[in-house]
Design a protein around this ligand. Sequence first.
Ligand SMILES: O=C[C@H](O)COP(=O)(O)O
Length: 124
Amino acid sequence: MGESLEQREQDLTFQVIETQLKEGLFHLSNEEFAQVVIAYEPVWAIGTGKTATSAQAQEVHAFIREQIARHYDAQAALDTTLLYGGSANPSNARELFSQADVDGGLIGGASLKSRDFTDIVKSF
Ligand SMILES: O=C[C@H](O)COP(=O)(O)O
């Protein structure tokens, strides 16, 4: 899930994420939802070289977890794996993936270079 650049600039990020969660996932039963892994990928960051700041990633991930707790329960929120994707690279990986609510990453372009991918893995 994730917002477009236009949506972010219009301050609609949280609204977009909330709608995506409600329409895309929150019809699932507790048992079904327990199988879900969520990736936050701001559209403007995918393959562009523009990465969300660690603060931007963290605040959206925290929001997603809050929404899960509200719709399911606190344990479901804690148990759900939340990944960040969007121009993650060896230079920004450590800060991005050390955020409290960022559990891992979806690595696109950087995974095509084995050295970069290895460096990202080592940053966890
Ligand atoms: O699956 C990969 C994600 O869409 C992120 O791709 P990226 O790291 O090339 O921006």
